[in-house]
Design a protein around this ligand. Structure first.
Ligand code: NOJ
Length: 743
C-alpha cells in the first residue's frame, strides 16, 4: 500500500472504515491522543468510578475516565478541573447518572409514559430531564431502557416502554432525541444510553437478572428492534444487560457487541458494563476469575467498566500474555473519546448552574402534568361514574396513595425533592372548580400495611359522601430493579378495604398507582371505575384531579397486556397461533366440567380451564369520556408489488359529547410465512384529537420494510402472500381489511 495512504489510515483509521457521523478532524485529534497515552491512561478512560470523593488522585493520574452518581456541581467542577489541568493528557471526565424519568421534576415512570403513545410529549419530557441534570454537571444518562417485557412480575417492567417492539422503538428514539437534543455538544445535552443490551426483559419467570433463552430470530425481530432504531437515531452509548442469552452473558457476548452492534449496525459510540456485570460472569459460570472475566468482556467488545476494577487489575497482564490486543484497547478508548468530543467536553467540561433555568420551574411542572394526564389509562367506567360532576357535594378520599408525596414518584428517582410532589389529596383541596367537601381517611399507612384499625372510619367517610375515590397500588420500592413479585395483586389488605367500602353501595373510583399491571380479579366487580395511573410523578395529583372531574378526557392506552391472573403470564398480544387455537365454541370452563368426566379431545385448545384465553385488558386498550366510531376502511390497493407502498385509511368520528383524543392503531397479520407469524403486529399509530361530532381520516402507509422478518435462514425478508390489516382502538378490535403482496 502507498505510504501516504498508510499514514492516513493510522491517523484517521475510522474515517475510512467507520460510520457517517465521524468528523475527520476529531478522529485526528483522537488518534493523536491515543498515540501519546500510556497503557495506564488508556485503561483509565475505560474505568468508571462511583462518586467524586476520594478519586481526585486517580483522576490526576489519568486512571479514571468516568464518574457516576455525583451531582454536587462544585465537586464535579473540581474533578473536571483536575482531569483537564492536572492530569497529563487533559482529558475530561464523562459524568453519568440514572436520569430515568426526570431529574428533579419527576415525570411518570417509563411504562406510564409509554401509555401516552406520544413521542413528542416524551421527547419534551426527556429534554427537560436533560436540562435539569445538565444544570448540575451530569452529561450522560443511563437511559432510555428499551427492554421488551412480557412479564409484569419483573420489577423492571416499570422502567420499560412496554411489550411491543414497534411502540418501544418509536418512544425510545423520542427519548434519545430529547436527551441528546439536536447537537450533543449543546451544554444541556446528555449522551443517552441504550440499555440493557440485550434481552434483559425476557428474564425467566420475571425474576430479575435471570437466564434468558431467546432464539436469534426472536432476538432480531423483537428484542433488538428498539436498539437498532436508537442506533440509527444516533444514540451515543450502550449498556450491556446483566443476563445471559442462550448461555452467553451479555457482558461477554461478541455476537451482540461485535457482530450486531459494530459490524451490522456501524455503531460508533461506546459500550459500558452494567454495575459489576463483568465480574458477575464468574457467578454465571462463564469465567473462572476476574482476569478471565476481563479477557472475555474485552474480547467481546465491552469498553468501559462500571464499579469493578478488572480492567485496571488485569489488562496489562492480558496484553503481555497476548490474550487481548492493543488494538482492542485502542478501539475502546477511541470510541469513548469520540463521545467526549461530541459532548464538547474538551472545550467546556465545567458547569455553571446560572446558565440554566431553575429546576422544577412552571414550564417543567406543566410538562410533567401533561405527561401524567396522558399516561393514565381508564380501564373501566361503569354507568359513566367518571367524570365526577363538579356539583358533587362530598367525596370520600381513601387509601395509602392518596397523599403520599414519596410513593407516587416511582422507581429511579434519586434526584427528586419530595416536597415538590403534588398528591391527589393536595390537588383535590386546591381544585377550585368544585366545592365538594373532602372526607379523607388514609386508612392504610402504606400499600403493604395490615392494620385494619381505620377501616371503620373509612367506611363512615364513604357513607357520608356522594362518591369514593380510592387511591391504591404499590409503593415505589415494590417495583424496579430486583423488586419482582410472584403475586401481583394489590399488596397488603387493600383488597379487604375495597370490599368493605363497596358494602356502602357508594360509587367507587379506584386509582391504581403502581409500577406494573396489578391483578384486580378479586375486586374488579366491587368498583365502578378504574384509572390505571402507574406511578405518575411530581404532578400526578393535579393530573388525576383534572381527569376525575373531566377537565380532560383520559386518552392513555395500555402499552402492555393486562393479565387476569398471574398464572397467565407471559401474556402478550403479538403471540403466535397454535395448531389448536382457542375456540370459544368448544371451550369448557373448569366449573362446567362434569364430575368424573371422561377424557375427550373435544375442547382441546389453547387456554386455561380456569382462566380462559384472554387477558383482562388487551394491549392498546383504554377508555375515554367519549365514544369513537371507526368506519370507511380503505386500502389504496388490494395487491401491491414489493417495491410499492400501501395506504390504509379509516375515518374516526367522535360520537360522544366531549372533546377527546383517540390513539388510532394500525395492525397487520402476515397469514403464512417461512416461519410462523404473530396473530397481530403493531405497525403504526396516531393520536387524534376530535371534538364532539367531528370526523377525521387517518392514513397510514406501509412499505416492504414494515412487513419484514427474519426467516429460517436468518435473512431479512418480506414475503409475497396475503396479509390482514386492521385500523382500530386496540390490539383486539378494529376494522379489518386484506391485501396481497405479489412479486
Ligand atoms: C444497575 C442497573 O441495571 C442499570 O440500569 C443502572 O443504570 C446502573 N445500575 C447504574 O446505576
Amino acid at each position: 500500500m502507498h505510504k501516504f495512504i498508510l499514514l492516513l489510515l493510522s491517523v484517521f483509521p475510522l474515517v475510512v472504515f467507520g460510520g457517517p457521523l465521524m468528523n475527520p478532524q476529531t478522529e485526528g485529534k483522537i488518534a493523536r491522543l491515543i498515540q501519546q497515552m500510556t497503557l495506564e491512561e488508556k485503561i483509565g478512560q475505560m474505568t468508571q468510578r462511583n462518586g467524586a470523593d476520594g478519586h481526585e488522585d486517580q483522576i490526576r493520574d489519568g486512571l479514571i475516565g468516568s464518574i457516576l452518581n455525583e451531582i454536587d456541581t462544585d465537586k464535579l467542577n473540581n474533578i473536571q478541573r483536575i482531569a483537564m489541568k492536572e492530569s497529563r493528557m487533559g482529558i475530561p471526565l464523562i459524568i453519568g447518572r440514572d436520569v430515568i424519568h426526570g431529574f428533579r421534576t419527576v415525570f411518570p415512570i417509563p411504562l406510564g409514559l409509554a401509555a401516552s403513545w406520544n413521542p413528542e410529549l416524551i421527547k419534551q419530557g426527556t429534554r427537560i430531564a436533560a436540562i435539569e441534570a445538565a444544570s448540575v454537571g451530569v452529561r450522560w444518562t443511563f437511559a432510555p431502557m428499551m427492554d421488551i417485557c412480557r412479564d409484569p412480575r419483573w420489577g423492571r417492567i416499570a422502567e420499560t416502554l412496554g411489550e411491543d417492539q414497534y411502540l418501544a422503538s418509536v418512544l425510545a428514539v423520542a427519548m434519545v432525541e430529547g436527551f441528546q437534543s439536536d447537537d450533543l455538544s449543546n451544554k444541556d445535552a446528555l449522551a443517552a444510553c441504550a440499555k440493557h443490551f440485550a434481552g434483559y426483559g425476557a428474564a425467566e419467570g420475571g425474576r430479575d437478572y435471570n437466564t434468558t433463552s431467546i432464539p436469534e430470530q426472536l432476538m432480531r425481530d423483537v428484542y433488538l428492534k428498539p436498539f437498532k432504531a436508537c442506533t440509527d437515531a444516533g444514540v451515543a452509548t450502550f449498556m450491556v444487560a446483566f443476563n445471559e442469552i442462550n448461555g452467553v452473558p451479555a457482558s461477554g457476548n461478541s455476537f451482540l457487541l461485535k457482530q450486531i452492534l459494530r459490524d451490522e449496525w456501524n455503531f460508533d459510540g461506546f459500550v459500558v458494563s452494567d454495575w459489576a456485570s463483568i465480574t458477575q460472569m464468574i457467578n454465571h459460570g462463564y469465567c473462572r476469575d476476574d482476569k478471565h472475566a476481563a479477557e472475555r468482556s474485552l474480547n467481546a467488545g465491552l469498553e468501559m467498566e462500571m464499579a469493578t476494577s478488572t480492567f485496571i487489575d488485569h489488562i496489562k497482564n492480558l496484553l503481555d500474555e497476548q490474550k487481548i490486543t492493543m488494538q482492542t484497547i485502542d478501539d475502546a478508548v477511541r470510541n469513548i473519546l469520540r463521545i467526549k468530543f461530541r459532548l464538547g467536553l474538551f472545550e467546556n467540561p465545567y458547569t455553571d448552574p446560572a446558565d440554566f433555568p431553575e429546576l422544577v420551574n412552571a414550564e417543567h411542572l406543566a410538562a410533567a402534568k401533561e405527561s401524567a394526564i396522558q399516561s393514565v389509562v381508564m380501564l373501566k367506567n361503569d354507568n359513566q361514574v367518571l367524570p365526577l360532576s363538579k356539583e358533587i357535594k362530598s367525596i370520600a378520599v381513601i387509601g395509602p396513595m392518596a397523599d403520599d408525596q414519596f410513593e407516587q414518584l416511582g422507581t429511579w428517582t434519586y434526584d427528586k425533592n419530595i416536597e415538590d410532589t403534588q398528591t391527589p389529596l393536595m390537588a383535590l383541596k386546591k381544585f377550585d372548580k368544585s366545592s365538594a367537601k373532602i372526607n379523607y381517611v388514609q386508612t392504610l399507612e402504606y400499600s403493604r400495611a395490615k392494620d385494619k384499625k381505620d377501616f371503620q372510619k373509612a367506611v363512615e367517610a364513604a357513607e357520608k359522601s356522594d362518591a369514593v375515590l380510592m387511591f391504591m397500588g404499590e409503593e415505589s420500592i415494590l417495583s424496579g430493579e430486583a423488586h419482582c413479585r410472584a403475586n401481583i395483586d394489590l399488596p397488603g389488605i387493600q383488597e379487604d378495604l375495597i370490599h368493605e367500602i363497596s358494602k356502602t353501595g357508594k360509587p367507587i373510583v379506584l386509582v391504581i398507582m403502581a409500577g406494573r399491571p396489578i391483578t384486580i380479579g378479586n375486586i374488579i366487580d366491587k368498583v365502578d371505575a378504574i384509572l390505571f395511573s402507574l406511578h405518575p410523578g411530581t404532578m400526578g395529583g393535579p393530573a388525576l384531579v383534572d381527569l376525575i372531574f373531566g377537565e380532560v378526557s383520559p386518552s392513555g392506552k395500555l402499552p402492555v397486556t393486562y393479565p387476569k391472573v398471574v398464572g397467565q403470564i407471559p401474556l402478550y398480544y403479538n403471540y403466535k397461533n397454535t395448531g389448536r387455537p382457542f375456540d370459544p365454541k368448544t371451550y369448557v370452563p373448569m366449573d362446567s366440567i362434569p364430575v368424573r368426566a371422561w377424557q375427550t379431545s373435544l375442547g382441546n385448545e389453547t387456554h386455561y380451564i380456569d382462566a380462559g384465553h384472554k387477558p383482562l385488558y388487551p394491549f392498546g386498550y383504554g377508555l375515554s369520556y367519549t365514544t369513537f366510531e371507526y368506519s370507511d376502511l380503505k386500502l389504496s390497493s388490494n395487491k401491491i408489488k414489493l417495491v410499492e407502498k400501501l395506504q390504509v385509511s379509516a375515518k374516526i368520528t367522535n360520537t360522544g359529547e366531549v372533546a377527546a383524543t383517540e390513539i388510532v392503531q394500525l395492525y397487520i397479520r402476515d397469514l403464512v410465512g417461512d416461519i410462523t407469524r404473530p396473530v397481530r403486529e403493531l405497525k403504526g399509530f396516531e393520536r387524534l384529537q376530535l371534538n364532539p361530532g367531528e370526523s377525521k381520516t387517518v392514513t397510514f402507509e406501509l412499505c416492504k420494510d414494515d412487513l419484514d422478518f427474519h426467516n429460517q435462514k436468518m435473512q431479512l425478508v418480506t414475503e409475497p402472500g396475503k396479509f390482514h390489516v386492521w385500523i382500530g382502538p386496540s390490539s383486539t378490535e378494529g376494522l379489518q381489511g386484506e391485501f396481497e403482496i405479489v412479486q
